[in-house]
Design a protein around this ligand. Structure first.
Ligand code: SAH
Ligand code: SF4
Length: 429
């Protein structure tokens, strides 16, 4: 987004470029846009998405220079571990996690089960420190466009499920979707978009291919697809059109929990989708819902280990929030601490991952975004769906930011990131 810093390519080897940001280097894939050594680029999610003329880049870099070093210092000062009175046994697990990231499942469960306030502080601060140590203050911010709320599926937790007749349905035209992305790029400087919808066959592969191609080339942006169940052939077409990332959660790694909330698909099928995307070389964003019925801390740890095993670059774990027009209307939401503990343990298990702070966390508690960012998180999404549709994309009720204008959301996010000392350099691969 506007909060973005260009970098200079210092070397390229086999489609991987090394990019310099004020003396710090990050790697990025150079298969979407292929720069020459010495050229200036924007990278997003570990992909070079755009070339920038040297004159323009040096002007932007000059404007950022002082702020960049100030942010770095600020993050360093905030990512400290303080003294906490915890048991020796807890301390040993935390130290092991920080040093090796090689926790056993039992140790991860122990961390996830703690309710002791001193242990919680140590867990969150360690996750934040590991994030700072391995990835610095880089933070990515993507725009999400929720282009259709039609869905043929009936996931028990989701307000878009086809049985919900209380919802007014909408579809954006391909032109509308492209225009939204173009406007968000031109006016607000977004450089990555997630195209998300219910399972909606109204959009043929060709229609989505056109949208992806136009957004990728006109906006110079990284395109994520989050459209659920499509064949491997379809996903290959999306990749060939320029999409480079998919957001597909497996929702729960426990087949019983999964089948309890999905009567029209199996966990196996869902995992196959993710494996297909991985084989095509997509960046994978996946994870689970925290707080599904009968889910235990042991299940969440299994979800985290599975996410790592799948070779996931971006962890997407967020709270389940009950929707009144679904069979799970009376289920309770998870606690804030459980969600933050999940993000923190994810960071300790996979220090170099991109860990997303979901809008659902912000909806659970207003300060969720900030708390998530200081408990291991380093990726955000801002909803750029047109105002008239936002409210209708009601996967859960009272979604945070639904009433905000996009400009407002961008301003408050930039202020938050600055206050935390986070810089918009790419997280790299
Ligand atoms: N149809 C696609 C993408 C849209 S749904 C798909 O299912 O993959 C995107 C995500 O919304 C889902 O993966 C699910 O985890 C989340 N979601 C749905 N209902 C929710 C709820 N009640 N609370 C929190 N997240 C929810
Ligand atoms: Fe449809 Fe996705 Fe909601 Fe399931 S989670 S009902 S597939 S929009």
């Amino acid at each position: 987004m506007c909060y973005a810093i260009p970098g200079k390519v210092v070397s390229i080897e086999k489609d991987i470029a090394v990019i310099d940001y004020f003396g710090e280097t990050k790697k990025a894939r150079a298969d979407l846009v292929t720069p020459q050594v010495g050229e200036y680029v924007y990278a997003q999610g570990g992909f070079i998405v755009n070339l920038i003329p040297e004159k323009e880049a040096t002007k932007i870099l000059e404007a950022w220079k002082e702020m960049f070093f100030h942010l770095k210092q600020s993050d360093e000062a905030q990512a400290k571990i303080r003294e906490h009175r915890v048991s020796k046994e807890f301390k040993i697990i935390i130290n092991k996690a920080a040093q090796t990231s090689n926790l056993t499942k039992d140790e991860a469960v122990r961390l996830l089960k703690t309710t002791d306030s001193e242990e919680l502080k140590l867990l969150f601060e360690t996750a934040n420190q590991v994030r700072h140590r391995d990835l610095g203050n880089a933070c990515c911010v993507h725009g999400i466009i929720e282009f259709s709320n039609h869905c043929t599926k009936s996931c028990s937790y989701c307000g878009l499920r086809n049985q919900n007749t209380n919802l007014q349905r909408y579809r954006m035209t391909p032109e509308q979707i492209i225009n939204v992305a173009e406007k968000a790029t031109q006016d607000l400087g977004f450089k990555a978009f997630v195209l998300q919808s219910g399972e909606d066959e109204f959009y043929s592969d060709d229609m989505l291919v056109k949208v992806i191609k136009e957004i990728q080339t006109k906006c110079g942006a990284l395109v994520f697809v989050s459209v659920g169940n499509r064949s491997k052939k379809s996903y290959q077409k999306f990749y060939d059109a320029g999409a480079r990332a998919v957001l597909i959660r497996f929702e729960s790694s426990n087949p019983k929990i999964y089948s309890n909330v999905h009567n029209d698909s199996s966990l196996e099928e869902r995992l196959q989708l993710i494996k297909n995307a991985e084989e095509i070389s997509f960046l994978i964003a996946t994870g689970s819902l925290i707080g599904l019925p009968n889910q235990t801390e042991e299940d969440i740890v299994e979800d985290l280990f599975l996410t790592r095993e799948l070779g996931t670059e971006m962890y997407s774990f967020g709270p389940f929030l009950p929707h009144p027009d679904t069979p799970l209307a009376n289920q309770s939401k998870p606690s804030l601490d459980l969600v933050l503990k999940t993000l923190a343990v994810a960071r300790l298990l996979d220090p170099e991952a991109k860990i997303l702070i979901t809008t659902a966390l912000e909806t659970l508690v207003p300060e969720g975004k900030r708390l998530g960012l200081i408990s291991g998180g380093n990726s955000l999404m801002i909803n750029v769906t047109p105002q008239s549709y936002k409210e209708l994309y009601s996967i859960y009720p009272n979604k945070a930011g639904t009433k905000d204008e996009i400009e407002q959301a961008v301003d408050s996010t930039v202020s938050l990131l600055k206050s935390l000392g986070r810089a918009p350099t790419d997280l790299g691969v």
